[in-house]
Design a protein around this ligand. Sequence first.
Ligand code: HEC
Length: 116
Amino acid sequence: MDPESFAHVEKTGEYRDGTVLVKELVAVGSKEESSGKGYFQGDFSGLEISVKDSKRFPDEPGNWAYFSFGHKYPLKAETAKNGATSCNSCHEKNATKFVFSDLYPVLKDSLQKAKK
Ligand code: HEC
């Protein structure tokens, strides 16, 4: 997340207009290393971005638009927003305020502190 929007989350517990989230997709590499068994990071395998902006995306649910730069390298240099049904609907239905914050310990902690 961009730093200004993260500071806003820490203060208010809300995602402001202009929030940008970038997700690097990473393949699972090996499942066993000298430290033991687990899921060890493999190669980068894609890049996805979500942007909240009520002025640019007034018609998207929650004003969140979703962009995919592809699932293989080299990534696309440019991309257009995906249709709401392909990305947004899963986030709207299954995440908290469109973001899977329960899976990100730092963000989750900041949201909980902002509520107090
Ligand atoms: C079937 C459900 C589903 C669909 C469809 C989906 N996502 Fe997600 N998305 C997830 C889950 C679960 C996570 C959290 C786990 C993770 O990071 O992999 C996530 C995380 C993300 C994140 C990180 C920020 C956040 O909201 O948690 C971005 C950015 C993102 N997805 C973009 C996209 C884009 C772009 C598309 C469409 C091309 C898309 N997603 C479609 C389930 C979905």
